[in-house]
Design a protein around this ligand. Structure first.
Ligand code: ADP
Ligand code: TRP
Length: 354
């Protein structure tokens, strides 16, 4: 029997190169060899209070992007998280075995809590101060409980399908670690072997982290530094040509600055190995022209994104196709979920008398 692969993306905006290399391209490559289930995590999106109309529309947009990137509905189960009501129920049950301390120490929670409270990363607030603000709630700003229990919900998505492999980017590894811990804890508490421990999946030896074009950290929707799969040619070229660099190497074999390394990293993902080597050599002997590097990089990114963009345009108006895919997907996802939930209820003593 094929192993089950499960992953999801929050429908909070169009997909960018980070989502593509960190997640979607892996989804596509895995579809022949595994029993793949990919979903739209609309309940997770609620933690950051999206506009309801946008949220609904984004579910469709991202499904169109899944299909356009090459996911084949005949091979893959695609569904919307909120179409599986067993997920929220298991989320309640699993939360009984999750500590608020371990949730509060999660990096993504601290980040999002900081954002909700309007604290800048560089504001030098200590962890303690932040915790005090979260608990004290002296202002009218609040950190919602859904944000805290985000990892429980994600663990449930994975465990309810008994997934073995979870292709995600590097930033999600801590959540996966928690999922494994919750699975182990549940199994050992009740003396059962109900949940398998899932692992990340990569085709390379390391997890992918796609950098932004602004010289800083990762490419991310909320960072405003994204190249989107749906960007047209002109927009995309403009973004790449505006990417942050530095003054250029003055002496041979100079160390590479972060913004330039980011461009090399993007090139490693999108260009041929000898193209990357050419520019690395040019950097080493100080003959590099960043303009040339960016032009080449834009070309190579376009080779990947333009065909996807064309297919997005075709698929996104095909409501009949998308409706069919999601209906069939929900049925399959629910069938598994109903089964797992019944097992959990039985084990926990929450089952019927009649
Ligand atoms: P964003 O950070 O833009 O909001 P999501 O959190 O919705 O994106 O991420 C969806 C998937 O894409 C996850 O598997 C995540 O690990 C991956 N991902 C997002 N940004 C990047 C990135 N810059 N590099 C690698 N993977 C990424
Ligand atoms: N937390 C993931 C993200 O922000 C999205 C997600 C929710 C997910 N549930 C999941 C990913 C289950 C993999 C498996 O990107």
């Amino acid at each position: 029997m094929k192993e089950t692969v499960l992953s999801g993306i929050r429908p909070t905006g169009n997909l960018h190169l980070g989502n593509y290399f960190g997640a979607l391209s892996k989804f596509v490559r895995m579809q022949d060899d595994y029993n793949c289930m990919y979903f739209l995590a609309d309940l997770h999106a609620l933690t950051t209070h999206p506009d309801p109309k946008m949220l609904h529309q984004n579910v469709k947009n991202i499904l169109a992007e899944y299909l356009a990137a090459g996911l084949d509905p005949d091979k893959v189960t695609m569904f919307v998280q909120s179409d599986v009501p067993e997920i929220p129920e298991l989320y309640l049950l699993l939360n009984m075995h999750v500590g608020i301390g371990e949730l509060m120490r999660t990096a993504s929670f601290k980040d999002k809590a900081r954002k909700a409270l309007g604290i800048n990363k560089n504001d030098n607030e200590s962890e303690e101060d932040i915790e005090k603000q979260i608990i004290g709630n002296e202002t009218n700003k609040r950190v919602n409980a859904g944000l805290l229990t985000y990892p429980t919900l994600m663990a449930v998505d994975i465990l309810i399908q008994k997934a073995h492999k979870v292709p995600v980017g590097k930033d999600q590894e801590q959540h996966l670690e928690l999922t494994r811990r919750f699975a182990r804890r549940f199994n050992s508490f009740y003396g059962v072997d109900l949940f398998p421990e899932p692992e990340n999946f990569n085709f390379t030896s390391h997890s992918v982290k796609v950098p932004g074009l602004d010289g800083s950290g990762k490419m991310g929707k909320s960072e405003g530094n994204c190249i989107y799969l749906i960007d047209d040619e002109k927009t995309l070229r403009k973004k790449v040509m505006r990417a942050v660099t530095d003054e250029g190497p003055k002496v041979p074999n100079s160390p590479v600055s972060v913004p330039v390394q980011n461009l090399f990293d993007l090139m490693e993902l999108t260009s041929a190995p000898d193209t990357l080597q050419h520019f690395k050599d040019a950097y080493a002997d100080c003959s590099i022209r960043y303009g040339d590097l960016k032009k080449q990089l834009a070309e190579d990114i376009l080779k990947i994104t333009l065909p996807i963009r064309e297919r997005i345009m075709e698929v996104r108006n095909d409501d009949a196709l998308m409706g069919r895919v999601l209906k069939e997907g929900a049925e399959k996802a629910r069938a598994n979920a109903v089964k797992t939930l019944a097992e959990v209820r039985e084990v926990m003593g929450i089952h019927k008398f009649y």
